[in-house]
Design a binder for this molecule. Sequence first.
Ligand code: ZN
Ligand code: ZN
Length: 422
Amino acid sequence: MAFRIPRGTVDLMPGEVEKWQYVESKARELCRRYHFSEIRTPIFEHTELFQRGVGETTDIVEKEMYTFTDRGDRSLTLRPEGTAGVVRSFVEKKVFGQPQPTKWYYIGPMFRYERPQAGRQRQFHQFGVEVFGTEEPAMDAEIIDLGVQFYQSLGLTGVKVELNSVGCPQCRPVHREQLVKFLTPRKDELCKDCQSRLDRNPMRILDCKNERCKELTQDAPKMVDCLCDECRTHFDAVKEYLDVLGVDYVLNPRLVRGLDYYTRTAFEFTVESKGSQAGTVGGGGRYNGLVKEIGGDDVPGIGFGIGIERTLLALEEQEVTLPIDYGVDCYLVTLGEEAKRQSVTLLKALRQAGCSAERDYLDRKMKGQMKAADRAQARYVAILGENELKANSIVVKELATGEQETIALDQFVDYVREGSRK
Ligand SMILES: [Zn+2]
Ligand SMILES: [Zn+2]
C-alpha cells in the first residue's frame, strides 16, 4: 500500500519552505523591533480551554476541532487558534502578577477540520501577537500598524484595515436587544445557523457569509451607534492614533467578535484577491474579559492572528518575488584522488568561514560536477586538479559572469567569503 498525506495538510518542500522561512524571519524581526518576546505553547491543550477561550457557540468549537481522548482518558484538542493557549500560559505562570504590559508573539501550526481549499488547510499556520495588561488605545493602533508593517515588509500591496468596535459588557446588551428586535420578524428568512444564533449569539449574524443574511442585516442596528461613553472615547482615540501613524482604515460595522470577552477594538486585514473578492489574511481585536474567563485576574488583552498560507497566497497572486537566495556560495569540483582528499578540508574551511559549500559525492566526471554546480545554483565553482595542487592554487569561476581567476590556495576561503557578501 502507498501512504498518502492526510487531507488538508501539505509537505513544505525545499524550494517552497524558503519562502516560509523568509516570511517567518520578517515576522520575528518586526517583533524584535516592537519589543515582543516569543512564546511557544503546546500544539494541544485540554479541550475545555478552547470551549471557554474560543467560545462554545463558535463554528470552531462546534464543528472544526480536532479533539481526541488520550490514554489517560483526558479530552485533548489540537489548538484551533493561538490565543487561548497563550492566555492559559499567562494565567498559569501568574505573569499577570508581574509589571505590565506583557508582549508576546507566536508562530506555529493550528488545526481545524474544514473543507480544504486554496489558502485553507486543516493544518495551517499563524503568526500572532498578544499584549496583556493595558487598555491604552495607542497599543491597539500600534498592533494594527504592526500587522500592516508585516505585510508591507513582504512587498504585499493593497492591504486594507477594516475596523470596528464591539463595545463592552455594559453597552453590548443595548445593541443585542435592538438587534434581536430588528431580526426577530425576519427570523424565517435567515439561514439555519443564523436562526439558532438569534437566541444564542445574535451579533454573529452580522458576519454570516450567506448572501440572504447579508441582505437582511443591511440596515440592522450597528454596534458603533450603541457604544457607551468609555467605549466611544476609546474607539475615537484608536482612530486618532491610526491617523497619526498613517494607517488607512475603513470602518466595517459588520466586523464582529460575538463573544462576551471580546471588547472594543475589532479589526481585519483584507487584500483584494482573484475574482476581486477581498480575502481576509488576518485579524484580531481586544479581549478584555478573556484572561478572567480563563481563570486569571481581570487583565485586558489585545492581539491578532495572521494566516501564513493566506499571506503567501496573496503574495503569489500579486506575483511578488521574495528576495530569496536558493544557491550555494561555492561548489567544489575536484579532479583526481588527491584533490578529492583535500576538498574535505577546503569545504570545512569554507563552512567555518560562514559560506555554504558543496561538492560531488558520486564520482562524477568534470562535466557532471559542473552540471551539479549549476543545479546547486552555485555562485562560485572552484576547480581543484593536479596542476592546481602542484601550484598550491585553485581556479575559481563566478557562474553568473563567467569570470575566472586562479587564486593561491591560502587566499581561497577569503576570496569566496568576500565575494559572497557582495
Ligand atoms: Zn461600552
Ligand atoms: Zn446566516
